[in-house]
Ligand binder design. Structure first.
Ligand code: PLV
Length: 322
């Protein structure tokens, strides 16, 4: 059997969120993964398949894919090089070094860092680990839904799933998991922040769009173009994908409320999903008839993230004036 790097994470019922939404809210606590986010599911799987005989891996990342690649490479006994854009926090830089990775900074946003990672893969003969656009990543991420199904037990399925979209890897993995489980009819609420909204922009334009820049502070959602597969899924008539945006202020407020109420600190990329609950978005979708009024259990994927600590949170509060 393939070695597994990720953990079976807790599925917690949130009483305070359930009160807000009017249906039971379950939190899939991906923040408690060894690398701090769900990314280890897909990256662990991909590295097992592609990097066993490798001289080393190279991963371009906003932060969390890099954390997962660095962790997995350390466990596999191979070197990891992580390429971050200048927009990534110095906190993530430090944490990656603590994982034993070689860290490089290149370009302003993830897409620029990715160009450098692809170059290094070529010149240094390293295995390229993409952060979101690869079928093996999606297959790895789909284990999240298998676990939820096992925790729910027979006869229970989510009324809807809330998740964050950066490059769309988590979305593709969750959809695969839902399809595998025969849960294709479960609506997905795909959250992004204004200024890191490449999926929403693609849906509006009816085709892939490359954003000029990433202006949101949710840097780990900051891919300028969503992966093709995510867009294709959005066009699939038998899937319900509701693409919604929140402001950075709403995402940050959600991070704070989550810390107060659930005692867990997550980064802005995850705050985008939490804001779906705290900002009243779910009820709005119900009142617009886009979600059923009698909604089954709401599954919120707490994707986690390592780009946050108290100082970062305080700095963001000042910057965003919340
Ligand atoms: N972050 C990627 C892409 O960044 C990265 O390199 O780490 N939640 C968290 C905490 C994340 O770190 C990410 C992605 C997402 C959600 C979105 O996942 P995706 O990219 O698979 O849609 C540019």
């Amino acid at each position: 059997m393939e070695k597994q790097f990720h953990l079976n994470t807790p599925l917690l019922e949130s009483v305070s969120m359930s009160k807000r939404v009017g249906t039971t809210v379950y939190l899939k606590m991906e923040n408690s993964q060894p690398s701090g986010s769900f990314k280890i599911r897909g990256i662990g799987h991909l590295c097992q398949k592609l990097a066993k005989q490798s001289k080393g891996v190279v991963c371009s990342s906003g932060g969390n894919a890099g954390m997962a690649a660095a962790y997995v490479a350390r466990k596999m006994g191979i070197p990891a090089t992580i390429v971050l854009p200048t927009s990534s926090s110095s906190l993530v830089f430090q944490r990656l070094q603590e994982q034993g990775a070689r860290v490089k900074v290149s370009g302003k946003v993830w897409d620029d860092a990715n160009t450098e990672a692809l170059r290094l893969a070529e010149t240094e003969d390293l295995t390229y680990v993409p952060p979101f656009d690869h079928p093996l990543l999606w297959q790895g991420h789909s284990s999240l839904i298998t676990e939820v199904a096992a925790s729910f037990g027979p006869g229970v399925k989510p009324g809807a799933v809330v998740l964050s979209v950066g490059g769309g890897g988590l979305l593709c993995g969750v959809i695969q998991g839902l399809i595998d489980k025969g849960w294709k009819d479960v609506p997905i609420i795909a959250m992004e922040t204004v200024g890191a909204d490449c999926f929403n922009a693609a849906i509006k334009a009816g085709g892939l769009v490359t954003l000029d820049d990433i202006t949101s502070e949710a840097k780990c959602l900051g891919a300028r173009t969503v992966c093709k597969k995510a867009f294709e899924y959005s066009q699939c008539p038998d899937l319900t994908i509701i693409s919604e945006l929140v402001t950075d202020q709403e995402a940050l407020q959600a991070v704070e409320t989550f810390l107060d109420e659930e005692r867990v600190l997550v980064e802005m990329a995850c705050g985008a999903s939490l804001a779906a609950v705290y900002s009243g978005l779910i009820q709005r979708l119900q009142s617009e008839g886009r979600l059923p009024t009698l909604l089954g259990p709401l599954l919120v994927i707490v994707c986690g993230g390592s780009s946050v600590d108290m100082k970062q949170l305080t700095d963001l509060k000042i910057k965003l004036q919340t």
